[in-house]
Each structure stands twice: as structure tokens, then as C-alpha cells.
Write a protein that binds this ligand. Structure first.
Ligand code: IPE
Ligand code: MG
Length: 222
């Protein structure tokens, strides 16, 4: 969900207004995905690198994520959405927010609709480091470590590899998002800044995805 700051700056507003406006985009896109029958929908809400931002913006983002959770979890629960988090649950994440995250997961854990995963304090490299550490702790012999082993030690082993990754705001990078999981995903880049992104943009990205030819390193018979 990129481009909040630029959206606000273009309007002469403080950057945080862009984050606020992004909430509408998120709810609209989530609803659109749900109506299409998408079963797994993951957003990059806060990265392990975002701590480098000015302290006021970091504080705003932490509070804002807590506020969204509080205000939206009942509505998501009613939609049969299952809320999950991936990322490092470490000390610098406020305890209160961690508690809210747990509460949202527990409230919605039996839901059978769309799984909405929020990558929070998430980094793809950090996820791999954490997986390696746990593999070492489990004393799994090196010769028995396979790709499946690594997948099993990621933050959410039940999450399927994404079919499609969309990045907004005209940036052409992965920026440490789901590094392992994105190995064979189709990537779609949109020029639209996140606060202007709506379900129509999601549908257009899915249309583009449907025209791709996924070969997974193999060949397609003509
Ligand atoms: C994305 O928008 C929101 C978060 C990373 C939390 P940005 O804040 O990165 O917006 P730009 O890239 O500065 O426009
Ligand atoms: Mg950005």
C-alpha cells in the first residue's frame, strides 16, 4: 500500500493525512477481493524498515493501525473474514497493539471466508532469519532441510504462495515483502497512489494477471 505520503504532499497536506485516506482504499479493495471470491489477501502495513521514519510518523502509524483494528474488526468478523498477522512481535511494538492483534486473531479465527493477513513489523529477510533460527533450535540435520522445511517455518506456514503481488504508486521494487513466498508470483505495478486505489484497480490487476502465462520454469505447449 504505497504512495500515501506523496498523495498527501500533492494536496499540500501532512503525510499522515495520506495514511488516513488509505483506510478507505483498504476497505474498498478488501471488499472487492471478497466479492470476487479471493480467499487470501495480504497487505504490507508496516515494515521492519519503517522504524526509520520520523518518530511522530512511526507513532502515528502504530496508533492508526490500532485504531483501524478496533473500529473494523467487528465489521470484518461479520463478513466472515479471518484476520491474521505476520511479522516480528518484538519489544518495540507497543504491548497494547500486540494485544489488539491477538484479540482480532482470536475473534475471527473460526471464520471461513477470506483470510486477511496484515504484514506488520514485517520484513522478508527477517522472516527468513527467524525461520532459520527456529530450524536451528529444532536441531534439524542440515541434510534434511528442504524447501518444504523452510516453508514450514515461515510466520504462517498455512499461507499459500501468492498468485499475484500488486505494488502501487509507480515503484518497481519488492522492498523486502514476502521474499520467499513471491518466488513465482505474478507482479503487477500500478501508477495509482494507494489513497486513490479502489477495487476497480484491483480488478484491472487481476485481469492483467489472467492474461499472463505461468510456466514455473517449464514450457507451455502451443
Ligand atoms: C505507504 O505510503 C504507507 C506505509 C509504508 C506505512 P508511504 O508513506 O510510503 O508513502 P510515500 O511512498 O512516501 O508516498
Ligand atoms: Mg513509500
Amino acid at each position: 500500500m504505497d504512495g500515501n505520503g506523496r498523495w498527501a504532499e500533492l494536496k499540500g497536506l501532512p503525510r499522515t493525512e495520506g495514511h488516513t485516506a488509505g483506510e478507505q482504499s483498504l476497505m474498498d479493495v478488501l471488499e472487492g477481493a471478497d466479492e470476487l471470491g479471493v480467499k487470501w489477501f495480504t497487505v504490507f502495513a508496516f515494515s521492519t524498515e519503517n522504524w526509520r521514519r520520523p518518530p511522530e510518523e512511526v507513532r502515528f502509524l502504530l496508533n492508526f493501525n490500532e485504531k483501524i483494528l478496533l473500529e473494523r474488526q467487528d465489521e470484518l468478523h461479520e463478513r466472515n473474514v479471518r484476520i491474521r498477522f505476520v511479522g516480528r512481535r518484538e519489544r518495540r511494538v507497543p504491548k497494547r497493539l500486540l494485544k489488539r492483534m491477538d484479540e482480532a486473531e482470536i475473534l475471527t479465527r473460526k471464520n471461513t471466508g477470506l483470510t486477511f493477513t496484515i504484514a506488520f513489523n514485517y520484513g522478508g529477510r527477517a522472516e527468513l532469519v527467524d525461520a532459520m533460527r527456529r530450524i536451528a533450535d529444532a536441531e534439524i540435520p542440515a541434510s534434511r532441510i528442504t524447501e518444504k522445511t523452510i516453508s514450514r517455518y515461515l510466520y504462517d506456514p498455512s499461507m499459500p504462495d501468492p498468485d499475484l503481488m500488486i505494488r502501487t504508486s509507480g515503484e518497481y521494487r519488492i522492498s523486502n515483502f514476502l521474499l520467499w513466498e513471491l518466488a513465482y508470483s505474478e507482479l503487477v505495478f500500478s501508477e495509482v497512489l494507494w489513497p486513490d486505489f479502489r477495487r476497480e484497480h484491483l480488478f484491472a490487476a487481476i485481469k492483467e494477471y489472467q492474461d499472463r502465462d505461468r510456466r514455473y520454469g517449464g514450457v507451455t505447449e502451443s
